[in-house]
Design a protein around this ligand. Sequence first.
Ligand SMILES: O=C(O)c1ccccc1NCC(=O)[C@H](O)[C@H](O)COP(=O)(O)O
Length: 263
Amino acid sequence: MILDEIIEKTKEDLQRRKIEIPLDLLGRSLASNPYAPRDVKKYLTSTKEEPVRIIAEVKKASPSKGIIKEDFDPLAIAQEYSANGANAISVLTEPHYFKGDLEYLTQIRRYVPTPLLRKDFIVDKYQIVEALVYGADFILLIAKALSTKELKELYEYALYIGLEVLVEIHDKEDLTKAMKCGANIVGINHRNLDTFEMDMQLCDKLIPMIPNGKIIVAESGVSNTETIKRLSSIGADAFLIGEHFMRVPSIKDELETFKNAIN
Ligand SMILES: O=C(O)c1ccccc1NCC(=O)[C@H](O)[C@H](O)COP(=O)(O)O
């Protein structure tokens, strides 16, 4: 099971980092942190004027596809996303399976004004403090990887220190967990994180079960305007897109097309 494997590896890494930089030391650097996290809700909520919101992902590799982009320059990619209308940028920080790095967050935050998501496998408050220290505005919590109690604790802690949370779900059980923790931003991941199977009809099943007023993000496998139009029409506010942007000849053209999908 790949999700369990990633979580195990994440916990091993975490033990090491906690010894290298204990939490109180990590927290101390916040006193000189120039970047206050932004409230991302307004960036991700679909409006009449701007119906399609895009979270564009900086993604070098993945467990399902291996290396996706050889000539990978995270800052240049993020600058291109920002200059061409991305509403938020997802920065993968998991090093082993996605070839991500926490330092990418800081680099990007320094030069790019668009809100940043720390995209990782968060299982501990330490990682939430790291997200803040390294420059994220919001974090991902994966319902499938956490018990209801853990999800709620991590969710409340993130809000407490000023970070918003994208709570990712893949089925009804995950949705129940997300609602119990009071999630405002719900991501529906089309990808089954254990089998890598894609279910592009998942939003059709889950969106009608989500109470009104939540921000809905459709995640993974989005690569054309037809999907964006269809999912927008059933209630998706935003789209989290990684691999497709990494492979297209022009991020600018593709982002423009997606942002104008409903016009
Ligand atoms: O992308 C994977 O292979 C993967 C495998 C196991 C756990 C998570 C995984 N991806 C994380 C994501 O959710 C995606 O990076 C994100 O939704 C963007 O998806 P895509 O547009 O399909 O690159």
